[in-house]
Design a binder for this molecule. Structure first.
Ligand code: MRU
Length: 351
């Protein structure tokens, strides 16, 4: 399994995704501030992986505290949460993980838990989130594999794989599961300018699994679709609004439009922690603006003239109408998504 992130006695160990595919090296974060820095630097990225990283960051904050009582720790706990929440704005999994930890801490505070009990319980919750994430990916894979063609090309954008999660992956989990069932899939990975998650990360992890993969520049997708090389598209998500509008890596929206034009199904695979029922539509999803240098420079070399205007949104929103199905660990949802999402949420509440 790809060791995206793991808890060790010394701290949280991250596979450095900024160095892939040329170098497999690790970064050890021993404080919550270091975990936040690792998220900001994109050493770890991808919505579910960011959420679990923040949970472990809080566990590190609890481990390192000098507070002697829960009451003394309470304001520090809030500062830790605020610090981690300020790292990246779009992936809702980050806030989902922090809120979940806040709920755990609230109960511990109310029941008069000791600092040692708090440290143990918070770490246990982070471990649970980690395990749940892998289980969710496996379940998404099982649900989504049915949607994949028995044979043919599947296009994906960015990296919604093991590297974006605690293992197995979302969009790539669906592909992995389909391949495990004997489907003959050839993956086309958009390079995903400017950060190249597709070229560097998706290609790296699919090659490791011996899944046939071809990297294409983002501007080649339409042409390949027209040539009949793509039978389905599957991508991940950073936040899915209550009406099904989906924020994902910049460029996803154009792929969805191209797929519609060519009569190709466009699927989204994401865990329930990516669904944000408190956000009504995609218009309200905050979109991260990334550093201009990601656009002005390529492989360390400046590629634009000094002083030119630069726009670098990290994500875009694909309107729900372009999405053929949303694959979650709870099952496959079809339009109308507002109704389907609400129904699935209610069903889970009743379990
Ligand atoms: O900026 P990144 O690399 O964190 O963006 C990641 C994506 O957009 C992924 O597609 C998304 O997190 C999918 S994982 C369900």
């Amino acid at each position: 399994m790809i060791p995206t992130l793991s808890w060790t006695p010394e701290g949280v160990r991250f596979l450095d995704q900024t160095k892939l595919p040329l170098e497999e090296s690790y970064v050890l974060a021993t404080t919550y501030e270091e975990v936040a820095a690792v998220i900001v630097a994109m050493v770890v990225r991808g919505a579910p992986a960011i959420g679990v990283s923040a949970a472990y960051g809080i566990a590190l904050g609890a481990k390192n505290t000098k507070a002697r009582t829960a009451q003394e720790f309470a304001p520090e706990f809030e500062r830790i949460c605020v610090w981690l929440a300020a790292t990246r704005p779009t992936a809702v999994n980050l806030f989902w993980a922090i809120h979940r930890m806040q709920a755990v801490f609230k109960t511990l505070l109310a029941t008069g838990a000791s600092i040692v009990q708090i440290q143990r319980r918070i770490l246990a919750e982070a471990h649970t989130m980690y395990a749940e994430d892998i289980a969710a990916c496996k379940a998404m894979g099982a649900h989504g594999a049915d949607l994949m063609p028995d044979e043919g090309g599947v296009l994906t954008h960015c990296n919604a794989g093991a590297l974006a999660s605690c293992g197995y992956g979302m969009a790539l989990g669906v592909i992995r599961s389909a391949v495990e069932r004997g489907k003959k899939i050839h993956v086309y990975a958009d390079e995903t300018r400017p950060f190249l998650q597709g070229a560097r990360l998706t290609a790296w992890e699919l090659m490791a699994d011996h899944i046939p993969t071809t990297v294409i520049c983002d501007n080649m997708a339409a042409s390949l679709m027209r040539q009949g090389k793509i039978q389905a598209v599957v991508v991940g998500a950073d936040r899915i609004a209550a009406n099904g509008d989906t924020a994902n890596k910049i460029g996803t929206y154009s792929v969805a439009i191209l797929a519609r034009e060519h009569g190709i199904p466009f699927y989204v695979a994401a865990p329930w922690s990516t669904i944000d029922l408190a956000t009504a539509t995609g218009d309200q999803i905050p979109i991260e603006e990334r550093p201009a240098k990601e656009v002005t420079h390529h492989a360390g070399k400046q590629v634009t003239p000094d002083g030119v205007g630069i726009c670098n949104p990290g994500f875009d929103v694909t309107p729900a109408k372009y999405i053929a199905a949303i694959v979650t660990e709870r099952g496959v949802l079809r339009a109308p998504y507002a109704k389907a999402l609400k129904k699935m949420e209610l069903a889970a509440d009743q379990v």
